[in-house]
Write a protein of this length. Structure first.
Length: 264
């Protein structure tokens, strides 16, 4: 396990989770409005197999339009998406491979139940392959790459964690800059698949003030390490970043599970 002296890093973001002064509002809104769309990295094997029905079902699962543990009837889905049953069956089998759908011989298909163990496993896997991806990036990054990272990070800080969906979009863009050109497309595909799932899981969970500060410091630390071509520090920081995110969301899920229902 890595032990980093992150606590000594100065937090230069006094407006974090506070009211934005009026004189800064226009500047911050301008940064937020510059957010670029996040698209799947090119050249992934997944992209060739990812048909429109599969994309639609995946998006509906991750957005919550199809609920966790909901039964997935092929005929109903075919009618809903205006297609025949074969594309739906193919989509469900692909989504089973991604871990979003479970298929039992006698019970049919259901959306996977999202719990702490499932999220923990994804983050533990990410803590193994993201250092591998970032080490390669440190060796090939350009000044333009650093500029892109800084631009996205400025947008993250301007947004100030006020919109979970936009924050997840920007955070995914930040990481994609570092990973999208890696020659090992299978690993990039694995990262993209798991990241897409985590984005859907995180959308309904507010980020604590403590974790907000940690994210800002970790991102800025990554930019500094990459700029200095320090791959060991960059790899150590990304492990800390991934593990911190994993602990945060699993703690939130556990807290929700243990909390009595309102009015119950």
């Amino acid at each position: 396990m890595y032990h980093l002296g992150i606590s000594c890093m100065k937090t230069t973001h006094p407006t974090l989770a506070t009211k934005v002064p009026a004189r800064y509002a226009n500047v911050m809104n301008g940064l937020i409005n510059q957010i670029d769309p996040v698209e799947m990295p090119p050249g992934l094997p997944w992209a060739a197999e990812d048909g429109p029905i599969c994309r639609s079902i995946r998006q509906d699962i991750l957005s919550g339009r199809i609920s966790s543990n909901e039964r997935l009837k092929v005929s109903d889905l075919a009618a809903q998406y205006g297609t025949s049953t074969n594309p739906v069956r193919e989509a469900l089998h692909q989504l089973r491979g991604e871990g979003l759908v479970m298929i039992s011989p006698n019970r049919g298909a259901r959306v996977r139940q999202i719990d702490e163990a499932y999220v923990r496993d994804i983050y533990e896997l990410a803590s193994l392959f993201e250092p591998y991806l970032i080490r390669w990036f440190v060796g090939v990054c350009t000044d333009d790459d650093i500029t892109r990272l800084e631009k996205v990070q400025d947008q993250i800080e301007a947004l100030n964690f006020t919109d979970n969906v936009q924050h997840s979009h920007l955070d995914q863009q930040f990481h994609q800059i570092m990973y999208e050109r890696h020659y090992n497309r299978m690993t990039v595909e694995l990262w993209w698949r798991k990241r897409t799932i985590l984005t859907g899981i995180n959308r309904d969970h507010m980020i604590s003030r403590r974790r907000q500060h940690e994210v800002i410091d970790e991102h800025r630390g990554l930019i500094a390490a990459i700029s200095a071509h320090d791959e060991d520090r960059a790899a150590a920081l990304i492990v800390q970043h991934v593990r911190g995110a994993g602990r945060h969301i699993t703690d939130r899920l556990r807290s929700e599970r243990n909390s009595p229902e309102i009015g119950g």
